[in-house]
Design a protein around this ligand. Structure first.
Ligand SMILES: Nc1ncnc2c1ncn2[C@@H]1O[C@H](COP(=O)(O)OP(=O)(O)O)[C@@H](O)[C@H]1O
Ligand SMILES: [Mg+2]
Length: 686
């Protein structure tokens, strides 16, 4: 590619309009017109974060009779799903409720939001999403917000020294409306809130920061109290939040306990400027650059908040409860920001009775972020990580599923019902129906636990082990479930978070459970591949449908061979339905469902294709396999000589595994050998 083409790759995409929008500057009066037009530019931080999340839309679904709202924002649409959160809709719904109540000033705006959960449950990811979200939102027209700087030409003030530069940025990115004296605010508020354009009640809350207050009073004095002249020195600017530039987004991470210093939170004296302004108590000689200062208008994240030194506890509590911070030597300063902290569950437990916690407890809203206990959701984490990326190795079908299965098993508490295994409980949680268990039972199972979701293996451990298996030189070209399970097992030896031998032993045993489950799955899969002869299935399907139709309409079936009319054959229908666990009591429903489906298709002039109905398809395949399992001798695969005829049949099966089940040549060969060896083992046992 010639140089110019590469250059145009960039130049074609640059967007100068947008750049100019994001760098808009104007007078105070122009800003008032913007606010009048769109009062939302003056939202509180909570209101803005809430609106941001809502702006991505939501959907509701039912889970065990519970209505749950899923907010699309947490699927990370901004980053193509890179940080998508799975399986935590209920926790995230609580988080959104917290924000909604804070947006309406119902009380939670005075609380610290505390995400609490085991190590690696995605607490940091949730915080990161919110920070990225608010950053992106501030760049959109809907999420726009503004701040200002003072523009004061020295030549205009020959005798007075107001600022050391021609332009002095509001150090805490405050809303220009705070320049309006308190006595004039309510009229404006009324106007803004009466316009019908504000999403939430807009209030002009708080005072200018100490530096701006000082400049403001000096100018007021100079102009003998003429406020209109003072604001002529104000240049309003669009404010774009940016974590990197420390604008509106802060992160505080305690280092070791002795090294914490309040200036990191609330700012520090600028010694260079003291020389200029002559006093260390001059706010213009202060850097309002603590995390609380710079996070004003946006979000501050407290990583491992319980590791915060007690000395700063009051900074934190004041910040949340009063929306005020206390910079060294200066009066309390108003802030407007969403405070989100997180803590690991072990840390939290350790501190449960300590004074820090006592003080914190009723000033925080704690939201649990547990590990995922739904298998299909856990799988999504690993599919996201390893599913689409250009990975040089083929990941055999079921590999990520089995890793996830094990992870979730380690997290579940043994069911107290004697007739239920842990694996069965996991499947119930996963939405599989088991005879004799209702949704109500599943809810009871969930309730009947003590710490479920707080213990077990973290996704991070599984991710690390899958990565290990991927880079292991011994695993050429393919990684399969056994490689990953062995890797998961091997890592248990040095796992730092496993506290005792008993636990380690239990995790090992669960590896065995997963291997067994995998055997069952691939056995069935190969069976299905063996009998996936489409013509035969179609025929069986047509036959089944004839009988179902007659059954549901109280008619007879014409026997094609004898020509006589016969009653529908319940045994035939049941032999298929049983393959997919349709109980006798549900058979009428199932048959009606199928007929309705076919009927609906007929209205649209379409004919029924069994492939569009997964369950029926599977049932038909299994039935066919049962009818002909002896016609192909899979076990001969494990012997060294395979005759030509058998080899041809095996190649057909291999091809089906590749076409229909996601195998590649190698993994299909491997799995056929594996299943053959299971059958061989079974044969010798017999
Ligand atoms: N519910 C979940 N949805 C999506 N990914 C998750 C989930 N839980 C854990 N993860 C994965 O685990 C990793 C660790 O998450 P992290 O946010 O660092 O955890 P924490 O801060 O709770 O220790 C993340 O990179 C993410 O890939
Ligand atoms: Mg973390």
């Amino acid at each position: 590619m010639p140089q110019d083409d590469i250059f145009s790759l960039i130049s074609d995409k640059q967007n100068m309009d947008r750049y100019q929008q994001l760098h808009w500057e104007g007078s105070f009066q122009e800003y008032l017109r913007i606010v009048e037009d769109n009062p939302n530019v003056s939202r509180s931080a909570f209101q803005r974060v809430y609106d941001m999340i809502i702006s991505y839309g939501s959907e509701t679904y039912e889970d065990g009779k519970k209505k749950i709202t899923k907010y699309q924002f947490f699927s990370d649409p901004i980053n193509n799903g890179k940080d998508a959160i799975f399986g935590l809709d209920i926790s995230l719904q609580k988080l959104v409720s917290f924000l909604k109540s804070a947006a309406k000033r119902y009380g939670t705006e005075k609380r610290v939001l505390l995400l609490h959960g085991p190590v690696g449950s995605s607490k940091s990811t949730v915080a990161r999403l919110i920070k990225k979200g608010i950053e992106a939102y501030s760049k959109t027209p809907e999420g726009a917000l503004y701040t200002y700087s003072w523009v004061i030409k020295k030549s205009d003030f020959p005798d007075e020294m107001i600022i050391d530069t021609e332009e002095f940025d509001c150090p805490m990115n405050q809303d220009p409306l705070l320049l309006i004296p308190k006595e004039f605010r309510s009229d404006l508020e009324e106007k803004l809130n009466g316009s019908g354009r504000a999403h939430h009640e807009i209030l002009i809350e708080g005072d200018l920061n100490p530096a701006c207050r000082q400049i403001f009073s000096m100018l007021m004095k100079h102009y003998h109290g003429d406020w209109t002249k003072v604001v002529q020195h104000v240049r309003v600017k669009r404010l774009v939040l940016s974590e990197r530039d420390r604008i509106g987004i802060g992160t505080f991470q305690p280092k070791d306990e002795k090294n914490q210093d309040s200036t990191e939170l609330t700012g520090d004296i600028n010694y260079r400027k003291i020389a200029y302004y002559g006093s260390d108590s001059d706010p213009r000689a202060f850097n309002f650059d603590g995390e609380f200062n710079i996070a004003n208008r946006g979000v501050i994240e407290f990583v491992e908040v319980l590791k915060l030194d007690v000395a700063f506890l009051y900074d934190l509590l004041g910040a949340s409860q009063e929306h005020k911070i206390k910079p060294k030597k200066f009066p309390q300063t108003d802030i407007d920001e969403f405070i989100i902290g997180h803590t690991n569950e072990p840390e939290y437990r350790k501190l449960q009775n300590n004074e820090f916690m006592e003080a914190l407890r009723d000033r925080t809203v704690k939201i649990d972020i547990p590990y995922i206990t739904k298998w299909s959701e856990e799988v999504k984490i690993y599919k996201k990580d390893y599913g689409q990326k250009r990975i040089a190795k083929h990941i055999a079908p079921h590999t990520l599923e089995m890793a996830a299965l094990w992870a979730v098993l380690t997290r579940l508490e043994e069911p107290k019902k004697a007739n239920l295994t842990l694996l069965q409980k996991l499947k119930l949680y996963n939405g599989t129906s088991l005879p004799g268990f209702t949704e109500e039972n599943v809810r009871e199972l969930r309730k009947d636990t003590v710490r479920e979701g707080l213990d077990g293996v973290s996704p991070r451990y599984v991710q690390d082990r899958i990565s290990n298996a991927l880079v292991d030189e011994r695993n050429h070209h393919v990684i399969n479930p056994f490689m990953v399970l062995n890797e998961l097992e091997a890592g248990l030896k040095n796992h730092s978070l496993i506290s005792n031998e008993e636990e380690r032993k239990r995790y090992r045993e669960l590896i065995g459970v997963v291997k067994q489950e995998y055997e069952d799955i691939v056995k069935k899969e190969v069976q299905r591949a063996i009998c996936a002869d489409e013509e035969q299935i179609a025929q069986l399907c047509a036959n089944y449908i004839d009988h179902v139709k007659a059954y549901t309409q109280n008619e007879t079936v014409r026997n094609a061979y004898t020509g006589s009319d016969e009653q529908p054959d319940d045994r035939l229908m049941r032999s298929i339905e049983e393959k997919i666990d349709i109980p006798e009591s549900r058979k009428d429903d199932f048959r009606k469902e199928i007929m309705n489906y076919i009927g609906a298709l007929a209205v649209e002039n379409k004919t029924f294709d069994y492939k569009t109905n997964d369950r029926l398809h599977k049932a038909l395949e299994l039935k066919l396999f049962e009818d002909q399992k002896d016609s192909i001798k899979l076990t001969s695969l494990v012997s060294s000589v395979v005759d030509k005829d058998t080899q041809a049949k095996i190649d057909v099966v291999k091809q089906r595994l590749m076409n229909n089940y996601g195998y590649d040549e190698r993994s299909a060969t491997d799995v056929l050998h594996f299943v053959a060896s299971i059958f061989a083992r079974g044969d010798t046992k017999k």
